[in-house]
Design a protein around this ligand. Structure first.
Ligand code: SF4
Length: 221
């Protein structure tokens, strides 16, 4: 089995950008360009609430862990789970310092409505695969919590999503190693893309990324 060293680890959250558009992921994660639009600002507020931590809380047979760091050597990724619920269950695995056995259920918080694409499901499944590797367990499902309509959607961690996670992450590593940013692929997604003005500066009459940033700073100042 392939194993990555820590300095090769990519951010788990990047898989949602990569699935949305590989160029968007590369601009954010390879070139570190980031234009906050209203969608990402709202998303950050949702995450801050989920990460508003007193880290671990116990409610009867349920343990709730917030902002839990996770990683996978085999995938070469790292990140944080918004919430991991540990449900006491005889089919589960032991947890250090706790009596009994538990099954792990990751929960990822998202602003807005459930999306048509798989990007949120892939991020959640990638987190589940990290937890499986770290805890030597099997995770059958998790939840995506959406700000609209403020409820959870169950996500089954199936073979198709696992396989897509592996394929996407492998491609991300290949791009990252080559420091390659894919070309523009215009689609209807571009209208809600958080890095649209950086991706296509000429359309906004900016000659370069630097030119765009200078212009935006001018707007603020
Ligand atoms: S504007 Fe379109 S092509 Fe450019 S990064 Fe965003 S989604 Fe991708």
């Amino acid at each position: 089995m392939c194993s990555y060293s820590e300095d090769e680890y990519l951010m788990i959250s990047g898989i949602q950008h990569f699935e949305f558009c590989p160029r968007q992921w590369a601009l954010i994660h390879i070139e570190q360009q980031w234009a906050e639009n209203i969608l990402t600002v709202e998303g950050n507020i949702m995450h801050e609430k989920a990460h508003d931590r007193d880290l671990t809380e116990t409610r009867g047979d349920l343990i709730i862990s917030r902002g839990m760091p996770v990683f996978s050597k085999s995938l070469g990724v790292t990140g944080e789970c918004d919430v991991v619920e540990f449900h006491r269950d005889e089919k589960g695995v032991p947890l250090y310092g706790r009596e009994g056995s538990y099954i792990a259920v990751p929960v990822e918080y998202k602003k807005g409505k459930p999306k048509e694409g798989d990007e949120d499901r892939l991020q959640l499944v990638c987190q589940a695969m990290c937890l499986e590797e770290m805890l030597c367990c099997t995770i059958d499902y998790g939840y995506l919590y959406y700000g609209e309509p403020k409820k959870r959607t169950k996500v089954i961690v199936d073979d198709a999503l696992r396989s897509k996670v592996k394929t996407d992450i492998k491609q991300m590593h290949q791009y990252f190693r080559r420091k390659h940013t894919p070309d523009v692929r215009s689609s209807k997604k571009c209208s809600s893309c958080s890095v649209k003005d950086i991706c296509m500066p000429k359309r906004k009459k900016y000659k370069s990324v630097e030119n765009y940033i200078e212009s935006r700073l001018g707007d603020i100042g």
